[in-house]
Design a protein around this ligand. Structure first.
Ligand SMILES: *[C@@H]1O[C@H](CO)[C@@H](O)[C@H](O)[C@H]1NC(C)=O
Ligand SMILES: *[C@@H]1O[C@H](CO)[C@@H](O)[C@H](O)[C@H]1NC(C)=O
Ligand SMILES: *[C@@H]1O[C@H](CO)[C@@H](O)[C@H](O)[C@H]1NC(C)=O
Ligand SMILES: *[C@@H]1O[C@H](CO)[C@@H](O)[C@H](O)[C@H]1NC(C)=O
Ligand SMILES: *[C@@H]1O[C@H](CO)[C@@H](O)[C@H](O)[C@H]1NC(C)=O
Ligand SMILES: *[C@@H]1O[C@H](CO)[C@@H](O)[C@H](O)[C@H]1NC(C)=O
Length: 411
């Protein structure tokens, strides 16, 4: 009997592996929530309310201002788009704010070479109180999204029990798969279960979701960025290994271009999220973003690192008493991304170190390119002492790659 149960569980586990082939590298795009929230007052604020106009204008900017070509391809709707259900139970968007419907919006963004993401909630209501996807509606809603030609679904977890979520997320994954349309699946499930084993089974998640939120929503402040980073670092032994091509940890949106971060902090969030192989979802007004913030978000070397094909999530490797921290992400071709991060609040800090201190060994000679300034530092060996000057709450980020291996070349 016990053996039978084990066999049955194994079968169920295998059935749940629904590899859709999507997001081999972490996704990049734009998501409405952090900047535009649940602003539904289109009479007073027509430019910024959650409406088809907002998503079409962002899609226009993404196609025309270099975002799409840099890799930011998803235009994602969050909460507050739903108008209700029709008499057959199909979801319908708010008729005043989305008069031409979601299929129209999907066609529009597709015509610009972009992809459309949508939002629902596994539960009685969305977090803002709109109709949710209850267990009996999972299959129908998946079919609706596929008919509309949606490319990503973020499924939130408000107004449901742990048992309903445990049934509903795998069920939605199977229902999306059954539509035949490749739809990336973003699961908020772990964030509702504390984000850690044993309540969260990350092997199961990696089989059914392409990305997942583990922790609190980001807010427009540096303190919020630090609290998320602290949680990720505290649990990096668990989190690092569960990320990989097709399945990513999501520490939530980028704040760059909004109100809470200064220039150093904006660079720091970009660098740290890149080293964590996090999804890069901007949530800012692309109609008014400054050139300085565009430079941070469209930095080609940063994006090359972010999209590295190995898809290894980086981690903090060193925490100094000076309040300097070092993060490292291994990259293809024996390269690495290194972020020197200062938690100091006094002045630029001259940090003296060497690759040996960062646990590099052997006789390889490296070169480093500073990701923000473009400066190249040559001839780095494991015992070469070097100094990086890091501003308060800022970063220095290096792309480090071997230029020759003395031992090999002597052979
Ligand atoms: C559904 O899952 C199967 C098995 O992993 C996979 O081969 C197929 O491509 C998936 N289809 C979609 C549309 O995700
Ligand atoms: C969802 O709605 C049903 C039916 O009204 C109710 O019985 C249930 O308690 C609700 N669940 C949650 C988690 O609010
Ligand atoms: C987690 O899920 C996987 C895949 O479904 C399963 O094989 C494994 O037994 C689960 N682990 C735990 C601790 O429940
Ligand atoms: C360097 O390696 C040693 C020995 O394996 C280990 O104890 C230490 O934590 C490592 N340090 C870093 C910065 O990875
Ligand atoms: C550092 O490199 C030198 C050669 O440049 C080599 O002799 C030495 O073993 C290396 N140290 C470590 C820790 O690998
Ligand atoms: C690097 O600095 C350390 C002290 O911080 C010193 O002991 C060592 O000799 C220096 N190495 C080189 C190659 O200059």
């Amino acid at each position: 009997m016990l053996l039978k149960t084990v066999l049955l569980l194994t079968l169920v586990a295998q059935v749940l592996v629904l590899e859709n082939g999507l997001l081999r590298t972490p996704p990049m795009g734009w998501l409405a929530w952090e900047r535009f929230r649940c602003n539904t007052n289109c009479k007073v604020d027509p430019k910024n309310c959650i409406s088809e106009r907002l998503f079409m204008e962002m899609a226009d900017r993404m196609a025309q201002d270099g975002w799409r070509d840099a890799g930011y391809t998803y235009v994602n709707i969050d909460d507050c788009w739903i108008g209700g259900r029709d008499d057959k139970g199909h979801l319908v968007p708010d008729p005043e704010r989305f008069p031409r419907g979601i299929a129209f919006l999907a066609d529009y963004v597709h015509s610009l070479g972009l992809k459309l993401g949508i939002y629902e909630d596994m539960g009685n209501f969305t977090c803002m109180g709109y109709p949710g996807t209850t267990l009996d509606k999972v299959v129908q809603d998946a079919q609706t999204f596929a008919e509309w030609k949606v490319d990503m679904l973020k499924l939130d977890g408000c107004f449901s029990t742990p048992e309903e979520r445990a049934e509903g997320y795998p069920k939605m994954s199977a229902a999306l798969n059954a539509t035949g349309r490749p739809i990336a699946f973003s699961c908020s499930w772990p964030a509702y279960e504390g984000g850690l084993p044993p309540r969260v089974n990350y092997s199961l998640l990696a089989n059914i979701c392409n990305l997942w939120r583990n922790y609190d929503d980001i807010q427009d402040s540096w303190r919020s960025v630090l609290s998320i980073l602290d949680w990720y670092v505290a649990h990096q032994d668990i989190l690092q290994e569960v990320a990989g091509p097709g399945h990513w940890n999501d520490p939530d949106m980028l704040l760059i271009g909004n109100f809470g971060l200064n220039h150093e902090q904006s660079q720091a969030q970009m660098a740290l999220w890149t080293v964590l192989a996090a999804p890069l979802f901007m949530s800012t007004d692309l109609r008014t973003i400054s050139a300085q913030n565009v430079d941070i978000l469209q930095n080609p070397l940063m994006i090359k690192i972010h999209q590295d094909p190995l898809g290894i999530q980086g981690r903090r490797i060193l925490k100094e008493r000076s309040r300097i921290e070092v993060y490292l992400r291994p990259l293809s071709s024996k390269a690495s991304a290194i972020v020197f991060f200062s938690r100091r609040i006094d002045m630029p800090y001259r940090y003296h170190t060497s690759l040996a201190r960062l646990n590099f060994s052997g006789s390889t000679t490296y070169e480093a390119q500073n990701v923000f300034s473009g400066d190249v530092i040559s001839g780095l060996q494991n015992d070469t002492n070097f100094t990086v000057t890091i501003n308060p709450s800022g970063v220095v980020m290096w792309y480090l790659y071997p230029i020759k291996n003395l031992h090999m070349s002597q052979q």
